[in-house]
Ligand binder design. Structure first.
Ligand code: KG4
Ligand code: ZN
Length: 352
Protein backbone atom coordinates (compact mmCIF):
# COMPACT_ATOMS: atom_id res chain seq x y z
CA UNK A 1 0.00 0.00 0.00
CA UNK A 2 1.36 3.43 -0.97
CA UNK A 3 -0.21 6.73 0.06
CA UNK A 4 0.61 10.32 -0.81
CA UNK A 5 0.12 12.60 2.22
CA UNK A 6 -0.53 16.35 2.05
CA UNK A 7 -0.33 18.67 5.07
CA UNK A 8 -1.41 22.32 4.77
CA UNK A 9 -3.25 23.03 8.02
CA UNK A 10 -0.98 25.79 9.31
CA UNK A 11 2.30 27.33 8.15
CA UNK A 12 4.06 24.32 6.68
CA UNK A 13 3.39 22.93 3.24
CA UNK A 14 4.39 19.29 3.54
CA UNK A 15 4.12 16.28 1.24
CA UNK A 16 5.32 12.69 1.63
CA UNK A 17 5.00 9.33 -0.03
CA UNK A 18 4.81 6.50 2.49
CA UNK A 19 4.28 2.76 2.12
CA UNK A 20 2.79 0.10 4.33
CA UNK A 21 6.26 -1.17 5.28
CA UNK A 22 6.69 2.22 7.06
CA UNK A 23 9.13 3.45 4.44
CA UNK A 24 9.03 7.17 3.76
CA UNK A 25 9.92 6.94 0.08
CA UNK A 26 10.25 10.71 -0.37
CA UNK A 27 9.20 13.81 1.51
CA UNK A 28 9.36 17.59 1.33
CA UNK A 29 8.51 20.31 3.83
CA UNK A 30 8.40 24.00 3.01
CA UNK A 31 8.24 26.24 6.05
CA UNK A 32 6.58 29.65 5.70
CA UNK A 33 8.24 31.08 8.81
CA UNK A 34 10.01 33.81 6.84
CA UNK A 35 6.72 34.85 5.15
CA UNK A 36 5.00 35.39 8.49
CA UNK A 37 7.95 36.72 10.53
CA UNK A 38 7.31 40.42 9.77
CA UNK A 39 3.79 40.07 11.27
CA UNK A 40 4.83 38.26 14.48
CA UNK A 41 2.48 35.32 13.89
CA UNK A 42 0.83 33.22 11.20
CA UNK A 43 -1.35 35.33 8.83
CA UNK A 44 -4.07 33.00 7.46
CA UNK A 45 -4.32 34.66 4.02
CA UNK A 46 -0.55 34.60 3.51
CA UNK A 47 -0.48 30.95 4.59
CA UNK A 48 -3.25 29.95 2.15
CA UNK A 49 -1.57 31.80 -0.72
CA UNK A 50 1.81 30.18 0.03
CA UNK A 51 0.26 26.69 0.13
CA UNK A 52 -1.38 27.40 -3.21
CA UNK A 53 1.88 28.64 -4.73
CA UNK A 54 4.01 25.70 -3.61
CA UNK A 55 1.89 22.60 -3.17
CA UNK A 56 1.94 21.32 -6.77
CA UNK A 57 5.72 21.83 -7.01
CA UNK A 58 6.28 19.88 -3.79
CA UNK A 59 4.06 17.03 -4.97
CA UNK A 60 5.99 16.78 -8.28
CA UNK A 61 9.28 16.85 -6.39
CA UNK A 62 8.22 14.06 -4.02
CA UNK A 63 6.85 11.87 -6.83
CA UNK A 64 10.04 12.36 -8.86
CA UNK A 65 12.35 11.71 -5.89
CA UNK A 66 10.48 8.50 -5.10
CA UNK A 67 10.49 7.47 -8.76
CA UNK A 68 6.73 6.93 -8.41
CA UNK A 69 3.80 7.44 -10.77
CA UNK A 70 0.29 8.37 -9.67
CA UNK A 71 -0.80 4.96 -10.94
CA UNK A 72 1.33 3.40 -8.16
CA UNK A 73 -0.68 5.09 -5.41
CA UNK A 74 -3.46 3.48 -3.42
CA UNK A 75 -4.82 6.76 -2.11
CA UNK A 76 -4.22 10.47 -1.67
CA UNK A 77 -4.57 11.72 1.91
CA UNK A 78 -4.83 15.34 3.01
CA UNK A 79 -5.28 17.06 6.34
CA UNK A 80 -8.94 18.15 6.48
CA UNK A 81 -8.78 19.75 9.93
CA UNK A 82 -8.38 21.13 12.48
CA UNK A 83 -6.49 24.15 11.16
CA UNK A 84 -6.71 27.33 9.10
CA UNK A 85 -9.56 27.01 6.62
CA UNK A 86 -7.69 28.49 3.62
CA UNK A 87 -4.87 25.98 3.87
CA UNK A 88 -7.27 23.10 4.50
CA UNK A 89 -9.20 23.99 1.34
CA UNK A 90 -5.99 24.12 -0.71
CA UNK A 91 -4.77 20.73 0.55
CA UNK A 92 -8.05 18.82 0.39
CA UNK A 93 -9.01 20.26 -3.01
CA UNK A 94 -5.66 19.21 -4.44
CA UNK A 95 -5.97 15.73 -2.92
CA UNK A 96 -9.55 15.25 -4.15
CA UNK A 97 -8.60 16.43 -7.64
CA UNK A 98 -5.58 14.11 -7.80
CA UNK A 99 -7.62 11.19 -6.50
CA UNK A 100 -10.44 11.84 -8.96
CA UNK A 101 -8.11 12.29 -11.94
CA UNK A 102 -6.16 9.11 -11.20
CA UNK A 103 -9.02 6.94 -9.95
CA UNK A 104 -7.59 6.59 -6.43
CA UNK A 105 -9.22 6.84 -3.05
CA UNK A 106 -9.27 10.10 -1.09
CA UNK A 107 -8.68 10.29 2.65
CA UNK A 108 -9.65 13.29 4.79
CA UNK A 109 -7.24 13.09 7.70
CA UNK A 110 -7.64 14.67 11.10
CA UNK A 111 -4.31 16.43 11.76
CA UNK A 112 -4.44 15.27 15.39
CA UNK A 113 -4.84 11.67 14.25
CA UNK A 114 -1.71 12.23 12.16
CA UNK A 115 0.20 13.21 15.31
CA UNK A 116 -1.52 10.47 17.35
CA UNK A 117 -0.40 7.66 15.04
CA UNK A 118 3.00 9.15 14.12
CA UNK A 119 4.86 7.02 16.70
CA UNK A 120 3.70 3.88 14.87
CA UNK A 121 5.46 5.05 11.71
CA UNK A 122 8.87 4.63 13.34
CA UNK A 123 8.40 1.80 15.84
CA UNK A 124 6.23 -1.14 16.85
CA UNK A 125 3.74 0.55 19.13
CA UNK A 126 0.71 -1.58 19.95
CA UNK A 127 -2.77 -0.30 20.83
CA UNK A 128 -3.91 0.75 23.36
CA UNK A 129 -1.48 3.41 24.51
CA UNK A 130 -1.50 6.65 26.42
CA UNK A 131 -0.85 9.64 24.18
CA UNK A 132 0.49 12.99 25.31
CA UNK A 133 -0.31 15.23 22.35
CA UNK A 134 1.54 18.51 22.71
CA UNK A 135 1.62 20.94 19.80
CA UNK A 136 1.13 24.59 18.97
CA UNK A 137 -2.63 24.28 19.03
CA UNK A 138 -3.28 21.35 21.38
CA UNK A 139 -2.30 19.91 24.71
CA UNK A 140 -4.18 16.71 25.51
CA UNK A 141 -3.84 13.32 27.13
CA UNK A 142 -5.74 10.62 25.28
CA UNK A 143 -6.23 6.90 25.45
CA UNK A 144 -5.60 5.63 21.92
CA UNK A 145 -7.64 2.43 21.63
CA UNK A 146 -7.14 1.95 17.90
CA UNK A 147 -7.32 3.78 14.58
CA UNK A 148 -10.16 6.29 14.86
CA UNK A 149 -10.76 5.38 18.50
CA UNK A 150 -9.64 8.06 20.93
CA UNK A 151 -10.79 8.87 24.45
CA UNK A 152 -9.75 12.21 25.83
CA UNK A 153 -8.64 12.05 29.45
CA UNK A 154 -7.51 15.64 29.87
CA UNK A 155 -6.87 18.84 27.96
CA UNK A 156 -5.66 22.37 28.48
CA UNK A 157 -8.02 24.87 30.04
CA UNK A 158 -6.33 27.76 28.23
CA UNK A 159 -3.11 27.79 26.18
CA UNK A 160 -1.58 24.81 24.39
CA UNK A 161 1.94 23.79 25.43
CA UNK A 162 3.52 25.00 22.19
CA UNK A 163 1.61 28.26 22.45
CA UNK A 164 3.10 28.76 25.93
CA UNK A 165 6.59 28.23 24.47
CA UNK A 166 5.81 30.67 21.64
CA UNK A 167 4.46 33.36 23.96
CA UNK A 168 7.37 32.99 26.37
CA UNK A 169 9.79 33.34 23.48
CA UNK A 170 8.01 36.49 22.33
CA UNK A 171 8.21 38.02 25.83
CA UNK A 172 11.95 37.35 25.81
CA UNK A 173 12.56 38.69 22.31
CA UNK A 174 13.29 35.24 20.87
CA UNK A 175 12.18 34.29 17.35
CA UNK A 176 9.11 32.30 16.24
CA UNK A 177 8.57 29.36 16.59
CA UNK A 178 9.41 29.78 20.24
CA UNK A 179 9.90 26.14 21.22
CA UNK A 180 13.27 25.50 19.57
CA UNK A 181 14.49 29.01 20.53
CA UNK A 182 13.56 28.54 24.21
CA UNK A 183 15.14 25.09 24.25
CA UNK A 184 18.40 26.44 22.79
CA UNK A 185 18.53 29.43 25.15
CA UNK A 186 17.89 27.19 28.20
CA UNK A 187 20.82 24.87 27.47
CA UNK A 188 23.25 24.89 30.39
CA UNK A 189 21.41 27.71 32.21
CA UNK A 190 20.17 27.90 35.82
CA UNK A 191 16.49 26.89 36.20
CA UNK A 192 16.43 27.76 39.92
CA UNK A 193 17.09 31.51 39.65
CA UNK A 194 13.53 32.50 38.76
CA UNK A 195 10.80 30.77 40.81
CA UNK A 196 7.85 30.07 38.49
CA UNK A 197 4.50 28.41 39.31
CA UNK A 198 3.53 24.86 38.37
CA UNK A 199 -0.14 25.32 37.36
CA UNK A 200 -2.44 22.31 38.08
CA UNK A 201 0.34 20.25 39.71
CA UNK A 202 -1.08 18.04 42.44
CA UNK A 203 -4.68 18.49 41.29
CA UNK A 204 -6.84 15.46 40.50
CA UNK A 205 -7.32 14.59 36.83
CA UNK A 206 -4.94 15.45 34.02
CA UNK A 207 -5.98 18.83 32.66
CA UNK A 208 -3.37 21.50 31.97
CA UNK A 209 -3.21 25.26 32.31
CA UNK A 210 -0.39 27.46 31.07
CA UNK A 211 -1.68 31.02 31.22
CA UNK A 212 -0.51 31.57 34.83
CA UNK A 213 2.95 30.39 33.91
CA UNK A 214 3.09 32.78 30.97
CA UNK A 215 1.95 35.66 33.24
CA UNK A 216 4.67 34.76 35.76
CA UNK A 217 7.25 34.92 32.96
CA UNK A 218 5.89 38.34 31.98
CA UNK A 219 6.25 39.59 35.58
CA UNK A 220 9.79 38.21 35.79
CA UNK A 221 10.70 40.00 32.55
CA UNK A 222 9.16 43.24 33.84
CA UNK A 223 11.29 43.00 37.00
CA UNK A 224 14.54 42.83 35.01
CA UNK A 225 16.67 45.97 34.62
CA UNK A 226 15.32 48.25 31.87
CA UNK A 227 16.48 47.72 28.29
CA UNK A 228 16.83 44.55 26.26
CA UNK A 229 17.28 41.53 28.56
CA UNK A 230 20.78 40.10 28.93
CA UNK A 231 21.43 36.69 27.35
CA UNK A 232 22.06 35.17 30.81
CA UNK A 233 18.67 36.41 32.09
CA UNK A 234 16.91 35.10 29.00
CA UNK A 235 18.65 31.74 29.35
CA UNK A 236 17.85 31.37 33.05
CA UNK A 237 14.21 32.31 32.47
CA UNK A 238 13.93 29.83 29.59
CA UNK A 239 15.45 27.09 31.77
CA UNK A 240 13.02 27.94 34.59
CA UNK A 241 10.06 27.96 32.19
CA UNK A 242 11.05 24.67 30.60
CA UNK A 243 11.52 23.03 34.00
CA UNK A 244 8.10 24.26 35.12
CA UNK A 245 6.51 22.81 31.95
CA UNK A 246 8.39 19.56 32.55
CA UNK A 247 7.19 19.33 36.18
CA UNK A 248 3.59 19.92 35.15
CA UNK A 249 3.80 17.51 32.22
CA UNK A 250 5.21 14.73 34.41
CA UNK A 251 2.58 15.29 37.12
CA UNK A 252 -0.35 15.36 34.66
CA UNK A 253 0.92 12.38 32.67
CA UNK A 254 1.39 10.33 35.87
CA UNK A 255 -2.28 10.95 36.72
CA UNK A 256 -3.29 10.08 33.16
CA UNK A 257 -1.43 6.76 33.42
CA UNK A 258 -3.52 5.96 36.50
CA UNK A 259 -6.72 6.98 34.67
CA UNK A 260 -5.69 4.84 31.71
CA UNK A 261 -5.05 1.88 34.03
CA UNK A 262 -8.55 2.13 35.52
CA UNK A 263 -10.10 1.96 32.05
CA UNK A 264 -7.77 -0.18 29.95
CA UNK A 265 -5.63 -2.13 32.41
CA UNK A 266 -1.90 -1.79 32.87
CA UNK A 267 -0.47 0.66 30.29
CA UNK A 268 2.61 -0.57 28.45
CA UNK A 269 3.45 2.44 26.32
CA UNK A 270 3.40 6.19 26.69
CA UNK A 271 3.58 8.07 23.39
CA UNK A 272 4.51 11.75 23.20
CA UNK A 273 3.80 13.45 19.87
CA UNK A 274 3.36 16.92 18.36
CA UNK A 275 5.85 19.75 17.98
CA UNK A 276 6.61 20.13 21.69
CA UNK A 277 7.61 16.45 21.87
CA UNK A 278 10.65 17.46 19.80
CA UNK A 279 12.03 19.09 22.98
CA UNK A 280 14.94 17.00 24.27
CA UNK A 281 14.70 18.23 27.86
CA UNK A 282 10.99 17.30 28.02
CA UNK A 283 11.77 13.93 26.45
CA UNK A 284 14.25 13.23 29.23
CA UNK A 285 11.67 14.15 31.85
CA UNK A 286 9.11 11.84 30.24
CA UNK A 287 11.73 9.12 29.91
CA UNK A 288 12.33 9.31 33.68
CA UNK A 289 8.59 9.14 34.36
CA UNK A 290 8.17 6.19 32.03
CA UNK A 291 10.99 4.28 33.67
CA UNK A 292 9.56 5.08 37.13
CA UNK A 293 6.14 3.75 36.06
CA UNK A 294 7.58 0.77 34.15
CA UNK A 295 6.14 1.80 30.79
CA UNK A 296 7.93 2.34 27.51
CA UNK A 297 8.22 5.86 26.12
CA UNK A 298 7.81 6.12 22.34
CA UNK A 299 8.45 9.45 20.65
CA UNK A 300 8.65 9.92 16.87
CA UNK A 301 11.95 11.18 15.44
CA UNK A 302 12.14 14.97 15.84
CA UNK A 303 11.20 15.73 12.22
CA UNK A 304 7.98 13.74 12.63
CA UNK A 305 7.05 15.56 15.85
CA UNK A 306 6.54 18.89 14.10
CA UNK A 307 4.10 19.06 11.20
CA UNK A 308 5.01 16.86 8.26
CA UNK A 309 3.45 15.01 5.34
CA UNK A 310 4.59 11.54 6.38
CA UNK A 311 2.31 11.42 9.41
CA UNK A 312 -0.67 12.31 7.20
CA UNK A 313 0.23 9.63 4.64
CA UNK A 314 0.78 7.15 7.49
CA UNK A 315 -2.59 7.96 9.10
CA UNK A 316 -4.05 7.35 5.63
CA UNK A 317 -2.43 3.91 5.46
CA UNK A 318 -3.67 3.07 8.96
CA UNK A 319 -7.21 4.10 8.00
CA UNK A 320 -7.17 2.20 4.71
CA UNK A 321 -5.98 -0.91 6.54
CA UNK A 322 -9.08 -0.88 8.74
CA UNK A 323 -11.34 -0.20 5.77
CA UNK A 324 -11.91 3.53 6.19
CA UNK A 325 -11.96 6.03 3.35
CA UNK A 326 -13.76 9.26 2.56
CA UNK A 327 -15.59 10.55 -0.45
CA UNK A 328 -15.27 13.81 -2.34
CA UNK A 329 -18.02 15.35 -0.17
CA UNK A 330 -15.80 15.33 2.94
CA UNK A 331 -15.50 18.97 3.99
CA UNK A 332 -12.51 20.70 5.56
CA UNK A 333 -13.21 21.27 9.26
CA UNK A 334 -11.35 24.14 10.97
CA UNK A 335 -12.47 22.67 14.32
CA UNK A 336 -12.36 18.92 14.57
CA UNK A 337 -11.81 17.26 17.95
CA UNK A 338 -10.24 13.83 17.84
CA UNK A 339 -12.59 12.12 20.24
CA UNK A 340 -16.25 11.75 19.26
CA UNK A 341 -17.25 12.43 22.87
CA UNK A 342 -16.01 15.99 22.81
CA UNK A 343 -17.06 16.63 19.19
CA UNK A 344 -20.57 15.36 19.87
CA UNK A 345 -20.56 13.59 16.50
CA UNK A 346 -19.34 10.38 14.98
CA UNK A 347 -16.17 10.65 12.85
CA UNK A 348 -16.96 11.45 9.20
CA UNK A 349 -15.99 8.16 7.65
CA UNK A 350 -17.50 5.90 5.06
CA UNK A 351 -16.55 2.27 4.53
CA UNK A 352 -14.57 2.01 1.30
O1 KG4 B 1 2.90 20.03 15.78
P1 KG4 B 1 3.33 21.38 15.37
O2 KG4 B 1 4.43 21.47 14.32
O3 KG4 B 1 2.14 22.22 14.81
C1 KG4 B 1 0.87 22.17 15.40
O4 KG4 B 1 0.13 21.20 15.10
O5 KG4 B 1 0.60 23.07 16.21
O6 KG4 B 1 3.77 22.15 16.68
C2 KG4 B 1 4.30 23.43 16.62
C3 KG4 B 1 4.60 23.87 18.04
C4 KG4 B 1 5.06 25.31 18.14
O7 KG4 B 1 4.33 25.94 19.17
C5 KG4 B 1 6.52 25.19 18.48
O8 KG4 B 1 7.01 26.27 19.27
C6 KG4 B 1 6.55 23.89 19.25
O9 KG4 B 1 5.65 23.07 18.58
N1 KG4 B 1 7.89 23.30 19.23
C7 KG4 B 1 8.63 23.10 20.35
C8 KG4 B 1 9.88 22.60 19.90
N2 KG4 B 1 9.84 22.48 18.54
C9 KG4 B 1 8.60 22.92 18.15
N3 KG4 B 1 8.36 23.32 21.65
C10 KG4 B 1 9.32 23.05 22.53
N4 KG4 B 1 10.54 22.59 22.19
C11 KG4 B 1 10.87 22.35 20.89
N5 KG4 B 1 12.07 21.89 20.56
ZN1 ZN C 1 0.66 19.66 14.28
Amino acid sequence: MVVLGIETSCDETAVALVDEARRVRAEAVLSQIADHAPYGGVVPEIAARAHLDHLDGLISRVMTQAGARFADLDAVAATAGPGLIGGLIVGTTMAKALAAATGKRFLAINHLEGHALSARLGADVEFPYLLLLVSGGHCQLLAVEGVGRYVRLGTTLDDAAGEAFDKTAKLLGLPFPGGPAVERAALGRNPARFPLPRPMRGRPGCDFSFSGLKTAVRHAVAALPPGPPMAADVGDLCAAFQQAVGDVMVDRTANALAMFRARHGEPTTLVAAGGVAANLYLRLRLEALASDKAVRLAVPPQKYCTDNGAMIAWAGIERLRVGLADDADAKPRPRWPLDPISSGAAPSVLPS
